[in-house]
Design a protein around this ligand. Structure first.
Ligand code: MLT
Length: 407
């Protein structure tokens, strides 16, 4: 008799973004003819830059001749791409070797899968609020109990609030796996070197592992802020980093990402090399490598011209973030993030809950955003607006908020 994985039944609700899409659809059904402006999911909108399109074409072209055709590749990715990514880290004074780079089809799947190489007994700590995948993947793996208003039993929530500038102190109790996202989704806050150092010191002292999501690192404009955890001394012993081409190069639909597992990374029962070997084994078993066409696109992103053009696109989205932040502030609303991240995190006015504000801004302004409570208990009373969008849509949304939001 087959049995299901009953941990799925513990998940508190549907995944956040389909839930937003469902509610938006209901609103449109009830209000025919209304057009909504979507600043909800952080999905890129601008066309892929010419230098990268050229690389993607090259990937297709390679398949058209017997000399350059390739079928299955290494599940870890093609060597030039692994080397190019490692070189990127070295520019930031972060030591990463090409054989520690695992190319994949997405940081979402990697961040959901990485927990599978660790024991079910590990205690998991997450920033609160956090990208929902970290929590949900650990619930499904059996590391959490039932969900209540304060989150899931068994998980350690590290509140990120206005009081601590949206970055937590290290846990007071012993935890084993620590998820950190910087620039943060959803708050837009970026961890400083000192803040990351405090977590690296904690992890080394407790033989914990930091799972560091830097998917938005290319949005950091302040040179004083670290783009990688490997810029921090000692991080190679205790950290795994996940990053992606999605937001930097408009690859949300194309799919290409990478995970860095340093050979030195250790755990309580894993000596040097073991965690790297486990992730290799996991990827070799479950994954046949990212698309060869797409990897050519990734190589083009790393070319000097690719970096220049994608850099301009990132700057375009950051300008959107500035327009959103300033528009909200002109109404006296408190906003955070946005400067070094594509997300603006705002406090809901008048003590409204996040979902009450979702309904209000949709109903009054026809703007879709993301309720902060969908990212964890400490997100309650906050709301996220994404800066990914065509300029005219962003300006229209801000204008509508300024004209129609009843405060
Ligand atoms: C978000 O809106 O938080 C992101 O687009 C989700 C993702 O990258 O998977």
């Amino acid at each position: 008799m087959a049995k299901i994985n009953s941990n799925y039944d513990k998940l508190s609700a549907g995944y956040l973004f389909p839930e937003i899409a469902r509610r938006t659809k209901n609103f449109l059904g009830a209000n025919p003819g209304v057009e909504v402006m979507r600043l909800g999911i952080g999905d890129t909108t601008e066309p892929i830059v010419p230098a990268v399109i050229e690389g993607l074409h090259r990937g297709v072209q390679n398949l058209s001749s017997a000399d350059t055709y390739s079928g299955y590749g290494a599940s870890e990715g093609i060597n030039p791409l692994r080397e190019g990514i490692a070189a990127l880290y070295r520019e930031q004074n972060a030591e990463v070797n090409a054989d520690e780079v695992f190319v994949s089809d997405g940081a979402k799947s990697d961040s959901a899968n990485i927990q599978s190489i660790f024991s079910e007994e590990n205690i998991v700590a997450v920033q609160d609020p956090a990208y929902p995948v970290y929590v949900d993947s650990n619930v499904i793996a059996g590391r959490a109990g039932v969900a209540g208003d304060a989150g899931y039993d068994g998980l350690v929530y590290m509140p990120c609030s206005e009081e601590n500038d949206f970055f937590p102190s290290v846990p007071e109790s012993k935890v084993d796996l620590i998820y950190i996202c910087s620039p943060n989704n959803p708050t837009g806050a970026v961890a400083t070197r000192e803040q990351l150092k405090s977590f690296v010191d904690y992890a080394r002292a407790h033989k914990a592992v930091i799972l560091y999501d830097s998917a938005y690192a290319s949005f950091i404009t302040d040179p004083a802020l670290p783009r990688s955890i490997f810029e921090i001394e000692g991080a190679r012993e205790c950290s795994i980093e996940l990053n992606s081409f999605s937001k930097t190069a408009g690859f949300t639909g194309v799919r290409l990402a990478w995970t860095i597992v340093p050979k030195e990374c250790v755990a309580e029962d894993a000596a040097v090399g073991k965690i790297h070997a486990l992730w290799t084994r996991r990827q070799n078993t479950f994954f046949n490598g990212a698309s060869n066409v797409v990897q050519q696109g990734g190589l083009a992103v790393l070319s000097p011209e690719g970096r220049r053009q994608t850099g301009e696109q990132v700057a375009f989205y950051l300008e959107n973030a500035r327009i959103v932040s300033e528009g909200l502030r002109s109404l006296g609303l408190a906003t955070y993030g946005g400067g070094n991240a594509p997300y603006v995190w705002m406090k809901t006015p008048g003590e409204l809950t996040s979902w009450e504000f979702f309904d209000k801004i949709l109903g009054e302004c026809h703007v879709v955003g993301t309720p902060g409570s969908g990212f964890g208990p400490s997100g309650e009373g906050f709301f996220r607006l994404s800066a990914f969008g065509h300029r005219e849509n962003i300006e229209q949304a801000v204008d509508s908020i300024q004209q129609n939001l009843k405060l």
